[in-house]
Design a protein around this ligand. Structure first.
Ligand code: TRP
Length: 459
């Protein structure tokens, strides 16, 4: 069974694939703007603490469940926890579907931006104030364009998943991740030469705790989940293809460090560039990546080239993430429904595309979908906003809480220790991990869930 399921070729395969899953739009698109909204410094510190104290232990937990069972999310919870815990796996598969359906829409935008950056069109537009804003508004409201982007991105994603664990996912990650790091490193070096570099460093690394709100703390924790691909069985599924001879704690640490590094470097690059321009109006929203940045890029020497590299970076990061989301659902269909990999990937991708079209059309193309508001909040307008809210505020935190409780309290201490030490050797930090997964993670994630129930706005 485990033979036909596929396996990474070695420890680097798992690390790069999981890091590929983790590094995505969350790092390059969402983290910079929530850092900006929450005034940098102190928020960045809280985020790092959340990653270390909650993210890392849960990543180890998910990986150990996956590798122990060598099964998909549903099968894994069923095998270890029985009927009572199986719904946690289904929750994960559902979350994967929901996230993929709107994430791929944004990912699709990057394709359009690459084409426009290469042709120079993006540079021309960005040179005239307001023109890019107008374009962006029209583009997202253009149903045909949105569906084309979604379709293309889903096609790339599906192709990789069809090729399988080693020949598809691992291969794509092994090619794209180093390129991604190289592009980011070059941009970071470039950033140090810009006028805004010092100001950016100050903004990011001089914490002023008086600006920190309780909402910001919750947001940092929520984002720690999203950015590390936790709470829905994604890392669990990738862990199920891991060999028994590789170390889980080491891999989890490396993936976490890489993800954090990328998020922080992305901020250094973007804020240096943005602060270089004193009269820059930063859109205090998701727009930073698609409307603010090009207007600054274009003023720099070699701007068109840097712009092109940058959108390639974003597209690659997004692709390795959408692959991991599709793999969660496909893996479930392959293991549990006994579908072939090709049938699973194509069927799931097609359903995501159909459902995702509703999100794609909810950005202005269709008035019913655009004004739909299930949760009745300012931030949840439209299908797209609704799905993002549902996943980030409900599905992932609840899933993460249940995963922490399951590992910390349901699995035996012995079982946990055996799996974490397998391929690693003695783990002196085991009691620390146990404490974090039993107490710190559930309380921290529980706080998010409670605040969402109480209706706190932290998105
Ligand atoms: N972590 C990715 C990002 O930061 C997105 C992602 C991929 C994800 N798989 C996930 C988020 C699973 C939550 C759960 O862009």
């Amino acid at each position: 069974m485990s033979q036909s399921r596929g396996q990474w070729s070695g420890k680097l395969g798992f690390i790069l694939a999981a890091a590929g899953s983790a590094v995505g739009l969350g790092n390059l698109w969402k983290f910079p703007y929530i850092t900006y909204e929450n005034n940098g410094g102190a928020f960045v510190l809280v985020y790092i603490a959340a990653i270390a104290l909650v993210g890392l232990p849960i990543m180890m937990a998910e990986t150990l469940i996956g590798r122990r069972t060598q099964l998909n999310a549903v099968g894994a919870f069923n095998k270890l926890g029985g009927k009572l815990w199986t719904p946690v796996g289904f929750l994960g598969v559902l979350a994967g579907f929901v996230i993929l359906s709107y994430y791929s829409v944004v990912a699709g935008w990057t394709l359009r931006y690459i084409v426009m950056a290469i042709s120079g069109e993006l540079g021309n537009m960005a040179a005239v104030p307001q023109e890019l804003d107008t374009f962006f508004g029209d583009y997202t409201a253009n149903g045909t364009q949105q569906i084309i982007g979604l379709f293309l991105f889903m096609t790339f994603t599906t192709t990789a998943v069809i090729f399988g664990v080693k020949r598809g996912i691992e291969r794509v990650s092994k090619i794209l991740m180093p390129i991604l790091l190289l592009i980011l490193a070059s941009l970071a070096i470039y950033a140090t030469t810009t006028a805004g570099f010092e100001k950016a460093m100050h903004f990011l690394f001089h914490p002023d705790f008086s600006t920190l709100t309780r909402g910001a703390v919750l947001e940092a924790m929520g984002h720690a989940f999203f950015t590390l691909s936790l709470g829905m069985g994604c890392i669990l599924t990738y862990g199920s293809y891991m060999r028994k001879t590789d170390s889980i704690p080491k891999a989890a640490l490396q993936i976490t460090l890489l993800d954090t590094l990328v998020a922080i470097l992305a901020c250094v690059v973007m804020f240096s560039i943005i602060f270089s321009n004193p009269d820059m109006q930063i859109s205090k929203s998701a727009g930073i990546l698609f409307t603010t940045l090009p207007t600054v890029f274009v003023k720099m020497p070699g701007g068109n080239f840097i712009m092109t590299m940058f959108y390639f970076l974003v597209a690659f990061a997004a692709l390795t993430s959408t692959i991991s989301l599709l793999e969660v659902i496909s893996s479930y269909s392959i293991d549990e429904l006994k579908w072939s990999r090709k049938r699973a990937a194509l069927t799931v991708a097609f359903s995501v595309f159909i459902f995702g079209s509703l999100n794609a059309l909810s950005l202005g193309a269709n008035s019913k979908l655009s004004s739909f508001n299930l949760f009745g909040k300012e931030t949840t307008v439209g299908m797209f906003g609704t799905m993002d809210y549902l996943a980030s505020n409900w599905l992932l935190p609840v899933g993460g809480l249940l995963i922490a409780l399951f590992t910390g309290w349901f699995l035996s201490v012995r079982e946990n220790r055996i799996e974490l030490e397998e391929g690693h050797g003695e783990l002196p930090a085991f009691p620390v991990w146990l404490f974090l997964i039993r107490f710190v993670a559930p309380i921290a994630v529980g706080a998010i869930v409670v605040s969402v129930i109480l209706g706190a706005e932290y998105q």
